[in-house]
Design a binder for this molecule. Structure first.
Ligand code: DHB
Ligand code: FE
Length: 283
């Protein structure tokens, strides 16, 4: 028995882990012209100026904003803030011309280089992993219908308490994360458990904003996926569970009708199963 009891996950711990994880990513550095920086930043500032004038924002409110912005940085919560309230529109614009499967936001908790697993596999999990057993299976094809042999299905999701490995303390490193290599017909069969809804950490600056605005802090239960194959565009997406809490009012505005699964009881009597196929656009 090597299971570890999770310590309490704190906002600054998961925030700082998300900030470190983002810093480690090899992102292409966009070379943005002065004209474009000027246009984008001027328009953004101008929208803020309009809001200040229209609502007659006071110095007291301005100071609250300043201290809150400072706190977001100290908590390491910029990745959380941006991925919840802005990323969905960046994704919408980035993928507006795709013909294949719908994508949605990546969120702050992807980690590259998860353990490689065969086409039928069980995700790494604790002996005592809680949650309903779940079989997620499907096929990866190209937009022209051709099966994509050896497609890579990277999957990561929260546990039955809503925590992600490597971002909440006490979880095995690759818990509920894997990179499944589809078979020669593009088929995959992933055994896991159903994740719980995820709550934005409430004890940090994003939590403060949510409380101050009278919002809720929840994302519906979801699976995260990145699906890729040679000569095709990688898709980053999430899948949700029909009828689950907050499918209709995701704090991150990332749910799309095409991304809602309707699992059925598994034929072998253990938990639920669903089939979902991915269609990739050509590169
Ligand atoms: C956040 C967390 C998620 O699991 C997700 O999918 C998107 C955003 C967040 O805390 O910002
Ligand atoms: Fe998530």
């Amino acid at each position: 028995m090597t299971d570890i009891t999770p310590e309490v996950a704190t906002a600054s711990a998961s925030g700082n882990a998300a900030t470190d994880s983002f810093a480690r990513k090899q992102r292409e550095v966009a070379s943005t012209s002065a004209e474009r920086v000027d246009a984008l930043v001027s328009e953004l500032l101008s929208a803020a100026h309009d809001t200040i004038r229209r609502h007659k924002v006071t110095y007291a409110e301005y100071d609250v904003l300043k201290s809150w912005l400072i706190q977001v940085g100290q908590d390491g919560e910029w990745p959380l803030f941006l991925d919840v309230w802005l990323e969905h529109v960046v994704e919408e614009v980035a993928n507006e011309n795709r013909e294949g499967s719908k994508g949605t936001i990546e969120g702050p908790y992807y980690v590259p280089d998860a353990p490689r697993l065969p086409a039928e596999a069980t995700l790494p999990m604790r002996e005592s992993e809680g949650g309903t057993p779940f079989l997620f299976q499907g096929q990866v094809t190209s937009v022209d219908g051709a099966p994509l042999a050896g497609a890579l299905v990277e999957i990561w999701h929260a546990d039955n308490d809503g925590f992600y490995s490597q971002f909440a303390p006490g979880l095995p490193e690759w818990n509920l994360r894997g990179a499944v290599v589809a078979d020669d017909q593009g088929n995959f069969k992933i055994h896991t458990i159903e994740p719980a809804p995820y709550q934005i950490p409430t004890d940090g600056s994003c939590g403060k904003l949510i409380a101050a605005a009278g919002w809720h802090a929840w994302r519906p239960a979801h699976l995260h996926l990145k699906v890729s194959a040679s000569d095709h565009q990688l898709i980053t997406t999430q899948l949700y569970f029909q009828g689950g809490s907050h499918v209709e009012d995701d704090i991150a505005s990332a749910v799309k009708p095409e991304l809602i699964l309707a699992p059925k009881p598994a034929t072998d009597g253990s938990g639920n199963e669903v089939t979902y196929d991915f269609v990739l656009d050509k590169a």
